[in-house]
Ligand binder design. Sequence first.
Ligand code: NAD
Length: 333
Amino acid sequence: MSKAGTVLVAGAGGFIGGHLVNYLKDQGHTSVRAIDVKPPESWYQRHDWADNQVLDLNDLLNCRKAADGTCAIYNLAADMGGMGFIENNKAACMLSVLINTHLLMAAREFRVEQFFFSSSACVYPGYRQRETAVTSLKESDAYPADPEDGYGWEKLFSERMCRHYSEDFGIVSRVARYHNVYGPEGTWDGGREKAPAAICRKVIEAKLSGRNEIDIWGDGEQTRSFMYIDDCLHGTYNIMNSSIEEPLNLGSDELVTINQLVDLAENFAGVKLKRNYDLSAPQGVRGRNSDNMLIKQKLDWAPSISLREGLEKTYSWIYDQIQLRERGERVTV
Ligand code: NAD
């Protein structure tokens, strides 16, 4: 990819998109068009050197405006959140299909050289994720399909749309299946936050309020892996610039229970909390881990930042955000 050409980051006002704009600059890209539907004051990060635009990318005309004159598109725009959001907003999640489809149509029209789609581990079938001691999910496990209702079906459909645009129209598309990305400058409150940020926030609030209790969704024994944002950026950029045509897992393979996640956050806070388990709350699948054999084989690399290291940085950032909010200052939510 030419580093002088214009790169479009769709969803640049969100968590990963906001970081990616900066990462592209670090890689030597000099022209980035950053687009999000949110009003500018709600973007998690805004980089003044980029061409920041507010556009609703559900709309084909807006996707044409966004893609015109670009050489590469990273599609990170989606209406999404943690389990609490995706289990209760299936239609909204599925409507993101418009963003990816219209961006692909615009990419074809303007002969954009490269296209990246941010898929998700939610494409994997429920029947492979019923145990906590889960067998790590390899890419071929996505079929026969039984993805997460709503959000996962949209991701699986859009993966296939990328493939068909490549086969039929020669678009160079790349797809990464992200597994739980976390880090500073992400959603940490308000209903769309994911487990790492939610647990950090709850532990900090319990400590600061002196309540010394924490509410945990499920029995805490469900398992997951969590990828720190720096690994996500590195992997995304390398997948985009590789020759890998099939969807690739991009996730950590360090499997932990939610209880172990709480242990870590308690450790940073120096507290031990009473745990209240809410068995009626959304919990998602019972166990999920990323099989990283293919990415190691293809890229000679896999995410490696430990959960302890990444979560400690995230915890500190959320701690600061809570302090800012208490003082009535602007925070990232
Ligand atoms: P995010 O919600 O922080 O960012 C998504 C951004 O897309 C938001 O700022 C939102 O305003 C924007 N957006 C939504 N609809 C839009 C529209 N119609 N037009 C323009 N912008 C629109 O989410 P994120 O965590 O940064 O995730 C980025 C991508 O990665 C998403 O596609 C998501 O599904 C995928 N993903 C993320 C994770 C994760 O753990 N964060 C895991 C799997 C997949």
